[in-house]
Design a protein around this ligand. Structure first.
Ligand code: ADP
Ligand code: ADP
Length: 224
């Protein structure tokens, strides 16, 4: 059974833009799924709907076959989002930021869990530093730590390597694979074909609000 199902999802913004035109998609448990498409294709809209940030015009999202919106609190705990923009309180020590994120999603405080997440991301030694003083790569790690703080089993990464240098991109890829190997289902968006090729088990190509192709990675690469 898919961990996540998207059915007939549509979004028209108030401006009249049809950002999604009836998208259907099943995400398999434990896979890395890449949503590949150019800027403006609807990737962020899709992610934001599934994460509860944007309201769809029509359609539904199911997690383990249950309607997401009718079980919002429970569903929200299962989803983590690493947004494109690095939104963080720059003057907080990063350990506070990460602990706070955990509680925001209704999980009880747990110092040991937070420590494990920070250690996994090689952030433990920097836990008392304020975000303002961290490098770009470290900030991205903190964004991931924030998204993982409440122990979601589905993680969304919106353009995780947009604007990062090659070294950091490889670092990011390794990190995402490690999360998957630990049992997290990963959905990422990208406009880099090589990123989809490198990372994903399956790829969905989206353009103009339509999911035009969903393939196992190897099949896709034959077609592109
Ligand atoms: P809706 O109420 O349809 O969900 P939002 O509240 O997300 O729409 O956005 C309100 C308005 O903000 C839009 O109608 C649009 O004018 C503007 N807007 C925000 N982000 C964008 C964007 N990326 N592209 C174009 N317009 C935008
Ligand atoms: P992508 O992530 O693939 O770049 P988006 O989901 O951000 O695509 O955008 C899809 C389309 O919807 C674009 O035409 C964009 O300008 C428009 N759009 C995105 N957010 C808003 C908004 N809040 N209000 C109006 N239009 C928007």
């Amino acid at each position: 059974d898919p961990i996540l199902s998207i059915r007939g999802l549509r979004k028209s913004y108030a401006s009249g833009t049809e950002a999604l035109k009836s998208v259907d998609l099943d995400i398999r448990r434990g896979e890395i799924f890449a949503l590949l498409g150019p800027n403006g294709a609807g990737k962020t809209t899709l992610i934001n709907i599934v994460c509860g940030i944007v309201t769809p015009t029509a359609g539904e999202v199911l997690i383990d076959g249950r309607n997401w919106q009718r079980h919002y609190r429970e569903a929200r705990k299962r989803i983590g989002l690493v947004p494109q923009e690095l939104t963080m309180d720059v003057f907080e020590p990063l350990i506070s930021t990460v602990s706070f994120s955990r509680e925001l999603f209704g999980r009880a405080p747990d110092k040991a869990k937070v420590e494990r997440i920070l250690r996994d991301l090689s952030l433990w030694d920097k836990r008392k530093e304020i975000l303002k003083e961290l490098s770009g790569g470290m900030k991205r790690r903190v964004m991931i730590a924030k998204a993982l703080a409440h122990e979601p089993d589905i993680l969304f990464l919106d353009e995780p390597t947009a604007g990062v240098d090659v070294e950091l991109r490889r670092d990011m890829w390794a990190l995402v694979r490690r999360l998957r190997d630990n049992g997290t289902t990963i959905i990422l968006t990208t406009h880099y074909i090589e990123e989809a090729e490198e990372m994903a088990d399956r790829v969905g190509v989206i353009t103009n609000g339509e999911l035009i192709l969903v393939e196992a990675k190897d099949e896709l690469m034959k077609k592109l």
